[in-house]
Design a protein around this ligand. Structure first.
Ligand code: F6R
Length: 601
C-alpha cells in the first residue's frame, strides 16, 4: 500500500520517478506526487488521482538529477492534494515520502510539534516536521533522521531529501517493504518493489527493519539506529521487464488469467525431480510429518486458496488443518495444538495482517512456512521455510493466477506429505496438474461464452449470489470476491444448503445465482438448491463439470480430478467478473478503494 521511489544520479529524474510510480501504481492510486531538487531548490508536484494526472502536472522545464516520488492509498486523511505525498517541513527544507502507518503520530505531534502548524491530516507530515525539529536541536541531518526513526512506532518505509544537500537521499524502513537499487554509472535508486526500477537496474540490496540508509550517487551506506555501519551483499532480481508489461492485452487481469496454464506447467516443472517425482525441501517435508495440526493464515483470495488447501491436506495427508483470516487470528487466537505448523499463504508476501500473526507465532516458538509469489518478501524472509509460486509478477489488483498457483502448490505439498507418511495414493499431482493446464487453456479460449454470461446475467443487476457445496463452496466465495471487487456488484458466495436458512429471502425475480456443480457427491443436492432459488424467480447459471453435466447447464468445464476442480471452475468465474466489470466501464486493473499489496493492518 502506497509506493515509494527515489533516484539520485546523472539523468533527468522526473521521467525515472514517473515511470517507477507507474509500475507501483498497483499499490495505491488515489493521489501521487514527486519532489525533485536542483540549484533553484525543491520543486514539488502533487495531484489527487492517478500518475497520468501527475505526469500532466509536472513542469517539463524543471530538470534535476535527484528526487523522490510516491503513489498513495489513503490511511490517514482523505485523498487530496494536501494529503498527497511528498510532505514538507515547516521551513520547506526537508521533503519526505512515506508508506505505512505511524501508530504514535498523535503523541509525537503533541510532544514535539505543539508550535508547528500542520498542513495535512496525515501521520506522515509528523515525521518530516520532527526531522526539522530535531535538526534544529542536533545540528546534524543524519543524526536528526536517525533520532526521528527511533521515535516512530508502527510501519514505515520513508525517503527524505534535504534542500541543502543534493548529494543524499535518507531512507529507513520498519515492517513496510523498501529496497535500494544499485546502478553502475553513478546512480542509485530507492523503491518499494524491484519491479518499479527493473528498467534501470536489476541489482538490489534488501533493507532490514529499523535500518537507516544514506543513498548517494556513488554509494550506499546502511546503518543501524546507533550509527553502526552494516555491510550487505546485493542480489540480482530475476525479473523480466516484459513480465510487467501488458503487451497486447487491454488489461493485466486478462493477461494474468491467460497465463494460468503456463504457470501450472511451470509449477510442475519446478517441483519435479529427474525421476518425475515431487521435489520438495526435506525440511518442509519433516515439518509436515511432525506437526499434529496445520494452521493456514491468509487474507482475501489467498484465504480462499487456503480453504481448498485444507481439503487437499486433510483428504490426502490426513493432517488436521484450520484456516484462519489473518486479521482475526491476531486478536482472537484459538487454542493451539501441541505441535502446530503455520502456513502463511500470500501472493505478495507483504500482507501486514499475516505478518503480524507470523511475528506473534515466532515469538511463541512455532515453525512457519510461507507460500508466496515473492521469495524475498517479508513473510518469506521471516518464516522458516518458503514454497515459491513461480507465477511471475501479478499486477492486476484482483488476484487470479496466484490463486490457482497457490492451490497447485498446496496439492503438491499435500501429496508429498501423504507419501512421506507412507500412504498409498492413486493420485499423481504432477500428471493431474498437466491435465489441468490443458483444460485451463481450452477455457481461456472460450472467452466469448463468458462474455455472454456476464452480459446475460450481470449487465444491470445490483447483486449476485454464488452457490456451491464442498469445495465448490470455496470457489463460490472466490468467484463472489472477484465480481464484487472489480465490478462493484454486491456478490456473496454461499454453501448451497445454507441459503434457505436466511439469505434466500433476498432472491427476487431475476436475481442472478451462479451455481457450481463439479462434485459428484453433491451434484444432486446443489441442483436441488438451484431449483429452490429458481422457484423464487432467480436467474440461475449452472457451471458444471463434464461427466456431471445435465441438459440446459449454462457452461461445462472440462473434466479434471475432482480434488483439483477449483483450478478449472474458477476460470469462468474470473472471466465472468472481468467482463461484468468491463461492461460496466469499471477500471478492471485498479478497482476503487483497493490496493494490491496490503501493507497496513
Ligand atoms: C483479491 C485479492 C486480495 C488478496 C489479499 C491478500 O483479488 O487480491 O484479496 O488476496 O489482499 O494478499 P496476499 O495474497 O498478497 O497476502
Amino acid at each position: 500500500m502506497c509506493g515509494i521511489v527515489g533516484y539520485i544520479g546523472t539523468e533527468d529524474t522526473k521521467e525515472i520517478l514517473l515511470r517507477g510510480l507507474e509500475k507501483l501504481e498497483y499499490r495505491g492510486y488515489d493521489s501521487a506526487g514527486i519532489s525533485v531538487l536542483n540549484e533553484d531548490g525543491v520543486h514539488l508536484f502533487k495531484v489527487k488521482g492517478r500518475i497520468a494526472a501527475l505526469r500532466d502536472a509536472v513542469d517539463e522545464k524543471v530538470s534535476s538529477t535527484m528526487g523522490i516520488g510516491h503513489t498513495r492509498w489513503a490511511t490517514h486523511g482523505a485523498p487530496s492534494v494536501d494529503n498527497a505525498h511528498p510532505h514538507q517541513s515547516a521551513s520547506g527544507r526537508f521533503t519526505l515520502v512515506h508508506n505505512g502507518v505511524i501508530e504514535n503520530y498523535t503523541q509525537l505531534r503533541d510532544e514535539y510539534l505543539k508550535d508547528v502548524e500542520l498542513k495535512s491530516e496525515t501521520d506522515t507530515e509528523v515525521i518530516v516536521q520532527l526531522v526539522e525539529k530535531l535538526y534544529e536541536q542536533q545540528g546534524d541531518v543524519t543524526e536528526a533522521f536517525r533520532t526521528t526513526v527511533s521515535l516512530l512506532h508502527g510501519s514505515y518505509a520513508i525517503a527524505l531529501i534535504d534542500e541543502q544537500n543534493a548529494e543524499k537521499i535518507y531512507v529507513a524502513k520498519n515492517k513496510s517493504p523498501l529496497l535500494v537499487g544499485l546502478g553502475d554509472n553513478g546512480f542509485n535508486v530507492v523503491s518499494s518493489d524491484a519491479m518499479a526500477m527493473i528498467q534501470v537496474t536489476d541489482r538490489f540490496v534488501e533493507l532490514m527493519d529499523q535500518e537507516v540508509v544514506i543513498v548517494q550517487r556513488d554509494g550506499v551506506q546502511i546503518q543501524k539506529l546507533d550509527g553502526t555501519v552494516v555491510e550487505r551483499d546485493s542480489y540480482v532480481a530475476e525479473l523480466d521487464a516484459s513480465d510487467i508489461e501488458k503487451g497486447t492485452y487491454p488489461h493485466f487481469m486478462l493477461k494474468e488469467i491467460d497465463e494460468q496454464p503456463f504457470v501450472i506447467r511451470k509449477i510442475v516443472q519446478e517441483y519435479k525431480n529427474e525421476h518425475d517425482n515431487i521435489k520438495l525441501d526435506a525440511d518442509i517435508r519433516k515439518a509436515m510429518q511432525k506437526t499434529d495440526r496445520v494452521y493456514i493464515i491468509a487474507a482475501g483470495t489467498s484465504y480462499h486458496a487456503g480453504l481448498v488447501g485444507k481439503q487437499l491436506i486433510e483428504k490426502l495427508a490426513k493432517v488436521p488443518v484450520e484456516v484462519h483470516v489473518a486479521s482475526e487470528f491476531s486478536y482472537n487466537m484459538p487454542l493451539l495444538s501441541e505441535k502446530p505448523l503455520f502456513i502463511f499463504i500470500s501472493q505478495s508476501g507483504e500482507t501486514a495482517d499475516s505478518r503480524s500473526v507470523l511475528v506473534q507465532i515466532k515469538e511463541m516458538g512455532h515453525p512457519a512456512l510461507t507460500i508466496t509469489n515473492v521469495p524475498g518478501s517479508t513473510l518469506s524472509r521471516e518464516a522458516d521455510y518458503t514454497l515459491h509460486l513461480h507465477a511471475g509478477p501479478e499486477i492486476a489488483v484482483a488476484s487470479t493466477k496466484a490463486y490457482t498457483a497457490q492451490i497447485a502448490v498446496l496439492a503438491i505439498l499435500a501429496v508429498d506429505t501423504a507419501k512421506a507418511k507412507g500412504f498409498d495414493l492413486d493420485f499423481d499431482p504432477l500428471q493431474e496438474l498437466a491435465i489441468v493446464a490443458s483444460s485451463m487453456e481450452s477455457l481461456c479460449d472460450q472467452k466469448e461464452e463468458m462474455e455472454d454470461i456476464a452480459r446475460n446475467y450481470l449487465a444491470t443487476t445490483r447483486n449476485c449470489f454464488y452457490l456451491g457445496r464442498g469445495v465448490d463452496y470455496f470457489v463460490a466465495q472466490e468467484g463472489a470476491l472477484k465480481l464484487k471487487e472489480i465490478s462493484y456488484i454486491q456478490a456473496e458466495g454461499f454453501a448451497g444448503g445454507e441459503l434457505k436458512h436466511g439469505t434466500i429471502a433476498l432472491i427476487e425475480e431475476n436475481t442472478p445465482v451462479i451455481a457450481l456443480a463439479t462434485q459428484e457427491s453433491v451434484n444432486y443436492s446443489i441442483r436441488a438448491n438451484v431449483q429452490e432459488v429458481v422457484a423464487r424467480g432467480a436467474n440461475a447459471c449452472i457451471i458444471s463439470m463434464e461427466g456431471l453435466d445435465q441438459e440446459n447447464d449454462t457452461f461445462v468445464v472440462p473434466k479434471v480430478h475432482e480434488l483439483l476442480s477449483p483450478l478449472v471452475s474458477v476460470i469462468p468465474l474470473q472471466l465472468i467478473a472481468y467482463y461484468a466489470a468491463l461492461h460496466r466501464e469499471c477500471d478492471v486493473d485498479k478497482p476503487r478503494n483497493l490496493a494490491k499489496s496490503v501493507t497496513v493492518e
